[in-house]
Design a protein around this ligand. Sequence first.
Ligand code: ZN
Ligand code: FE
Length: 256
Amino acid sequence: MPAEISLFLCLSDNYGVLLHDPDSGATASIDAPEAAPVEAALKANGWTLTDILVTHHHADHTDGIPALKTKHKCRVVAPQEVAAKYDFVDEIVREGDKVKVGQLTGNVIDTPGHTAGHISYWFHDDALAFVGDTLFSIGCGRVIEGTPEMMWTSLCKLRDLPADTEIYCGHEYTAANIKFALTIEPGNPVLSARDAEVRRELQEKRPTIPTTIGDEKLANPFLRADLPEVAANVGMAGAPAAKVFAEIRQRKNNFR
Ligand code: ZN
Ligand code: FE
């Protein structure tokens, strides 16, 4: 049976996600911003927590883990950077490793840039990817520990996933991301359409995610830094894609 997902808000703008395998009954929390909303989602669905899959070491993705692990005795899977900071990690994973949640199989992809050791989880058979703070809908994470080149390479890896892959990211930032994206590509009709759709979703208090890789390729300026028209729009025609990406990321950092 296909995987089931429960998506809910945590803290102010973080997303909590549960991934459930109906065949085995296994349930994974992707990151754990805080324990209470995760517990509420488990209860609402009648699921039992078996695993926590961590994307990176930031507190707004890990603070809920100790309480959840104490209560559920679940396995915690994480990149080395998380194990270096906390003692709750049971299994350290890196690119090339596979992670099982019941019968569901995820592939680990190294996606450094936001943090030096950030990873993403791609469940090929279910066309799902959990990308933490690397890729957002119409945006990307701040480059805090890595370089723009590193982040661009990570985003290109995610961009290469099948177009129908559903993307679950760590934050609800879509409206602000679109506002900025329109300054880079004011004439992109797909972006304008997404703007209207997102306004509707937020008005109805619905999440703007998941998005898909196919949709992001058409409207996310950070995935479009290697297109001649995007380079031209930022006055960098002919420049290497990583440099164009760095310029767009810098503009976003300064955007109000
Ligand atoms: Zn983060
Ligand atoms: Fe975050």
